[in-house]
Write a protein that binds this ligand. Sequence first.
Ligand code: MN
Length: 442
Amino acid sequence: MTMVLDQTHDPARKSWLASANQAGSDFPLQNLPFGIFRLSSGGRPRAGVAIGDRILDLAAALEAGCLELPAHTAAAAQQPALNALMAEPVEARRALRLALSNLLSEGSALAGDRSLHDRLLPPLSEVRMQLPAAIGDYTDFYASIFHATNVGSMFRPDSPLLPNYKWIPIGYHGRASSVVVSGTPVRRPRGQARPGDVPAPRFGPSRQLDYELELGAWIAGGNALGDPIPLDAAESSLFGVSLLNDWSARDIQAWEYQPLGPFLAKNFATTVSPWVVTMEALAPYRVPAFARPAGDPAPLPYLDGAWNRSQGGLAVTLEVAISSARMRQEGLAPARLSRGDFGLMYWTLAQMVTHHASNGCDLRPGDLLGSGTVSGPSKDERGCLLELTWRGRDPLTLPSGEARTFLEDGDEVIITGFCERPGAVRIGFGECRGVIMAAREL
Ligand code: MN
């Protein structure tokens, strides 16, 4: 498996749409992320591609004869969810990316036909984004050794990192039904918790509601039940990535997680950003897999390979910010809580895919894999409040003067991400946001 750099990544390529060429835009010509949108004025869900401050309506471009695609790809691009497009072979996905890049490049026929622009490219401000795919299954991993060590040392001071961690990409099966798109309010869950040493648990609204800063990876072609996915094929089994917030109720989690892992502490909501940045767009940002410290075991052979070692990592910078209701009333900007580097993950996305399918478990187009909380070695790289406040022991102070240990009602959590390096055009992921609503009255 090699990542192909081609003319779609050429930094000299500009779009005829000026907003796509502005420095700092998340959606330059070199990105071309896919999403599903509805016009604010109504209509059915449609597949689109973000470019600058607009969205290319794929069905409208096909109908207008601007975009010529093989029949199979064209049919997939007109579905109300991205699953069929995700299932296209990697060669077809690359061809689609090239066709889109050509259509939106300076000098294309569409550039000169201004009468089509408003119909084919509605402004992002006039659409409502939906979930990118119908998600059949959702799995969340735990791939940051910094996060795992921090959390382990709070929950199990005597054995923070369990002996399997360096051998197995640890994960659990999440709940696809409660994955929501960015902007969907999140209801504070009720649940059972046993705070401190009280003799019996209580049932009520979570008092330790948290976020987790993660990437979500979308499965492309997948595998038949019973067939594993070799590590060398794992990359082409990925369609792309989004931002992901794995909302977590720590008090419920601490009481329920043994012996079978997270259950109701996490399946009340998971938020994803609407734009799927493709693996092709990420090709310039490949980095070696995390360098294991001397003394750590090498991965078992099925999780090891030359390509994974040299290019299995992804240099994505992730940031999370908070905005309380009072901060918004006072006109204060969201305050950054942490910044993470996806290149520090102990396991690569390809290793997660291969391990997931190693027993024959079938992954299907549109399945979602969460990476696990993205944390690094320093304090400002801790990707959740559990770590940042050390389970509430060290409260944070917001710009409004308010203290935070965990999330309060009205708090909004905003995740952003981008890739940047010399010689390539910066690409961004858009936003993954959600505001906490008070628990429902019983
Ligand atoms: Mn998680």
